[in-house]
Design a binder for this molecule. Structure first.
Ligand SMILES: *[C@@H]1O[C@H](CO)[C@@H](O)[C@H](O)[C@H]1NC(C)=O
Ligand SMILES: *[C@@H]1O[C@H](CO)[C@@H](O)[C@H](O)[C@H]1NC(C)=O
Ligand SMILES: *[C@@H]1O[C@H](CO)[C@@H](O)[C@H](O)[C@H]1NC(C)=O
Ligand SMILES: *[C@@H]1O[C@H](CO)[C@@H](O)[C@H](O)[C@H]1NC(C)=O
Ligand SMILES: *[C@@H]1O[C@H](CO)[C@@H](O)[C@H](O)[C@H]1NC(C)=O
Length: 511
């Protein structure tokens, strides 16, 4: 009975997945959500043992991060000594999420290792609620409260028995486990130090009252990473709303680089249904790997910046650090507690180390004649004391208008040091042909004073990671050489330079 249902579910998912392989990645993902979650809701019934929770606490060893060698049993004081629990060290509780397989996923051991890497003497305890988590999603979600209460009892008992200061207790919950951590925090007698929510689950928690999900009330400090918040049919695998003191949305909280859904789906076509979890999980699980990265690459933890929206962040407008507007992603985050949730953004690389370097470029485009709005292709190369970043395409979030300052976000994967020089290229695409987006036509530079010329006098840059601010001026203002690329160097005297003389005109074909 149960077997055919599972088989049918797999078939539905597999067929649908393969059917969509050729569509766009965005559509793909959206389809998978619905496909993955809806039949699960419809096809499974509540299990008889739905209200049974079995929670186990395994104190892992640095030498055996993947093995459960010693369980601590609440109420059995000798189990603490038997597992060599150190009551003066930090204690971490790792709480997993929903599971189809009923087994720990490979990230658990990686997270254990990373924690021991940073805190060798710590107690890293894996909370095992696999039996309850391996259930109809909705049932597992409903049980997070009961599981959280059991974890709270464990916390109360361990605090009473060992007198550990709860400031030394850090719960790390992934997906449904983040809400388990929330319930554990809110039911524990005293407040636990910190809860880290790694892409807390969305379905059944989004929009719920703070009592019914992870919230800032659950611990002294609650920090959250959101990596898979794309919605479909009113469902998003990761919760979209902020639920902590600080909520960080890497890459806007969706479309994590390196999580190639198309590739994953092709794998499903080749390797069958067991690959589907990879497809969906890459972005959801990215939250864990960002956290692991922050422990393993302590010196290179990414920075996140407070911003009112992902869109403003993508225009480079939020790279300031004053008044704790920026923070460190992951383990070393600063505990800032504001009255309201703080939402922060960052970009990342596709793999570890995830850190990138953020820059805001402010460019004023001026012309005597009112040009119709343009969508040129803008390319920048940055040169610094430690290296260079060549030909980075600036993402246009809007069309370029005459006599307006536009702001752009530029990221580099490597640290190029202090900025020294910049090269800037403008190529205009032909706005008339359908396939014109990437076709560059008629672009040239000229010192000519024709009224249709678009001019760029200066480029202002703010570096997020160093907070360095630089104004760049054209290197060779009098050259009338028809080069395609303009070189800008640090202005000698940024504010008193004659803009007329230092301007370089970019001649564009008037439409
Ligand atoms: C589930 O809860 C109901 C009522 O609360 C109880 O009668 C039943 O025995 C429980 N089932 C299990 C498996 O514990
Ligand atoms: C317990 O942890 C504390 C603090 O981290 C450390 O100083 C101490 O050496 C540890 N004790 C043992 C037996 O490892
Ligand atoms: C743009 O600004 C410049 C300098 O302020 C001015 O001379 C020019 O007329 C303006 N162009 C338009 C189209 O308004
Ligand atoms: C330039 O054109 C825009 C719309 O295309 C218009 O809003 C603006 O007022 C115009 N400016 C001048 C100086 O003509
Ligand atoms: C223009 O600049 C390029 C490269 O900077 C150079 O090779 C070329 O000779 C120059 N042309 C003229 C007419 O000066």
């Amino acid at each position: 009975m149960k077997a055919w249902r599972f088989g049918f579910l797999c078939l539905v998912m597999l067929n649908a997945a393969v059917r969509y392989v050729t569509s766009l990645e965005r559509d793909l993902t959206d389809s998978i959500f619905g496909i993955l979650l809806d039949p699960v809701k419809d096809l499974f019934e509540q299990k008889h043992d739905a209200n049974e929770t079995v929670v186990r606490f395994s104190l892992r060893r640095p030498s055996h991060p993947e093995d459960d060698l010693c369980y601590i049993f609440p109420g059995q004081t000798d189990s603490l000594a038997a597992c060599a629990f150190n009551s003066t060290a930090k204690t971490f509780l790792i709480i997993h999420g929903w599971t189809l397989s009923g087994m720990f996923e490979s990230w658990v051991a990686k997270l254990v290792s990373a924690l021991y890497e940073r805190e060798l003497l710590a107690n890293v305890i894996v909370v095992d609620w696999l039996r309850t988590a391996q259930n109809h999603y909705v049932v597992a979600a409903q049980n997070t409260k009961a599981v959280g209460q059991e974890v709270a009892c464990f916390i109360d008992w361990i605090e009473e028995t060992t007198n550990i200061p709860l400031d030394n207790l850090h719960l790390i919950g992934y997906s449904l486990g983040a809400h388990v951590a929330g319930f554990a925090g809110s039911h524990a007698t005293n407040k636990v130090g910190r809860i880290t929510g790694l892409d807390p689950a969305g379905p059944d928690f989004e929009g719920k009252h703070a009592h019914w999900r992870l919230s800032p009330d659950d611990a002294g400090f609650v920090d959250v990473l959101h990596t898979f918040t794309r919605g479909s049919l009113g469902l998003s695998i990761g919760i979209q709303q902020p639920v902590g003191h600080v909520d960080i949305y890497p890459n806007g909280g969706s479309f994590q680089p390196g999580c190639n859904l198309r590739g994953a789906l092709e794998k499903i076509a080749d390797f069958g249904i067991f690959a589907i979890s990879d497809a969906v999980k890459c972005e959801h699980e990215r939250s864990i790997h960002l956290f692991i990265d922050s422990m393993l690459n302590e010196q290179e933890a990414p920075k996140a910046y407070r911003c009112s929206s992902s869109d403003r962040f993508d225009r480079g407008m939020c790279l300031g650090c004053r008044k704790s507007r920026c923070n460190t992603v992951g383990y070393d985050i600063s505990k800032v507690r504001k009255a309201r949730n703080v939402q922060m953004y960052t970009k990342t690389r596709a793999s570890m180390p995830f850190r990138v370097y953020h820059y805001q470029l402010k460019i004023h485009f001026s012309s005597k004649v009112n040009r119709s709005e343009m969508e040129p292709s803008l390319t920048v190369s940055l040169f610094g004391t430690k290296g260079e970043a060549d030909n980075v395409q600036l993402k246009l979030k809007e069309k370029i208008a005459t006599n307006r300052t536009h702001s752009f976000l530029l990221v580099t994967e490597k640290n190029i040091g202090e900025l020294l020089m910049l090269k800037f290229k403008w190529e205009e695409s032909n706005g008339w042909s359908a396939s014109s987006m990437f076709k560059m036509v008629s672009s040239w530079w000229s010192g000519d004073t024709d009224g249709a010329n678009m001019e760029v006098h200066k480029i202002r840059i703010r570096a997020g990671e160093t907070q360095q601010k630089v104004v760049f001026c054209i290197k060779d203002p009098d050259s009338s050489n028809l080069t395609r690329e303009l070189t800008f160097v640090k202005c000698k005297d940024a504010w008193r330079t004659n803009t007329k003389r230092t301007s370089k005109r970019i001649t564009l074909e008037a439409h």
